[in-house]
Design a protein around this ligand. Structure first.
Ligand SMILES: Nc1nc2c(c(=O)[nH]1)N[C@@H](CN(C=O)c1ccc(C(=O)N[C@@H](CCC(=O)O)C(=O)O)cc1)CN2
Ligand SMILES: NCC(=O)N[C@@H]1O[C@H](COP(=O)([O-])[O-])[C@@H](O)[C@H]1O
Length: 215
């Protein structure tokens, strides 16, 4: 037993957040090890990142299954072969059904590119600009059946600058995502953050507001 938390990371694309997690595990700033990476989309670059790090890289194409439930049953079976302490969604672009969420309740995290509860769903950067927001950012939350509705316990904030478009804002947020996710996972890996009913305990105390990453 290495004493490190075991992670299985689910992706659907390029995997830059996966890379930040792999790098943090390698430099020791994250007390965890990535035991496997699973993508619902074949051939994505995130799988190359996993292979380059010597981590098992699996493809499970949701389009090969008759329905969402059968895909998720197969996904859970593969995840559970690695007996993870935490399941990490890192750009995993499938809505998960209740049974799957309950199976991993309290040990499945997601990163969302907005300051939840603002801008749940997709196209968050465009929507933040259109809404005239002066601040935007990313959130880490426990995954529950309610899409992007799980308890948020960590956030990173960036300014929305004059002249920003979705791409420039997304790039500014992504830079902070790469700092935020490893820190948030480390808090969970060390038992400092725990799901408590519909809330979160941080060092045993109810968390009233998400912890914000210092700039
Ligand atoms: N039950 C939950 N499932 C998921 C959550 C969650 O909080 N509860 N977080 C998402 C991540 N996510 C945003 O952060 C998100 C992912 C996917 C979608 C979506 O509309 N997916 C479509 C297909 C899109 C595609 O395949 O390109 C779908 O599943 O039909 C919205 C938000 C992960 N899942
Ligand atoms: N709704 C989920 C969602 O939009 N997640 C977002 O997808 C991107 C994945 O990038 P990556 O593959 O480079 O980590 C990240 O910006 C993440 O916040």
């Amino acid at each position: 037993m290495s004493g490190k938390a075991g992670l299985v990371v689910l992706i659907s694309g390029r995997g830059s957040n996966l890379q930040s997690i792999l790098d943090a595990c390698a430099d020791g700033s994250l007390a965890a090890e990535v035991r496997a990476v699973i993508s619902n989309r074949p051939g994505v670059y995130g799988l190359e990142r996993a292979r380059a790090a010597g981590v098992p890289a699996l493809e499970l194409d949701h389009r090969d299954f008759a329905d969402r439930a059968s895909f998720e049953a197969a996904l859970a079976e593969r995840i559970d072969r690695y007996a993870p302490d935490l399941v990490i969604l890192a750009g995993f672009m499938r809505i998960l059904e209740t049974g799957f969420c309950q199976h991993y309740r309290g040990r499945m995290l997601n990163i969302h590119p907005s300051l939840l509860p603002k801008f749940r769903g997709t196209h968050t950067h465009e929507r933040a600009i259109a809404a005239g927001e002066t601040e935007h950012g990313a959130s880490i939350h426990f995954v529950t059946p309610e899409l992007d509705g799980g308890p948020v316990f960590a956030q990173a904030v960036v300014p929305v600058l004059a002249g920003d478009d979705a791409d420039t804002l997304a790039a500014r947020v992504l830079e902070q995502e790469h700092r935020l996710y490893p820190q948030a996972i480390d808090w969970c890996a060390r038992g400092r953050v725990r799901l408590d009913g519909d809330g979160v305990l941080f060092d045993g105390e109810p968390l009233q507001q998400p912890r914000r990453l210092t700039p």
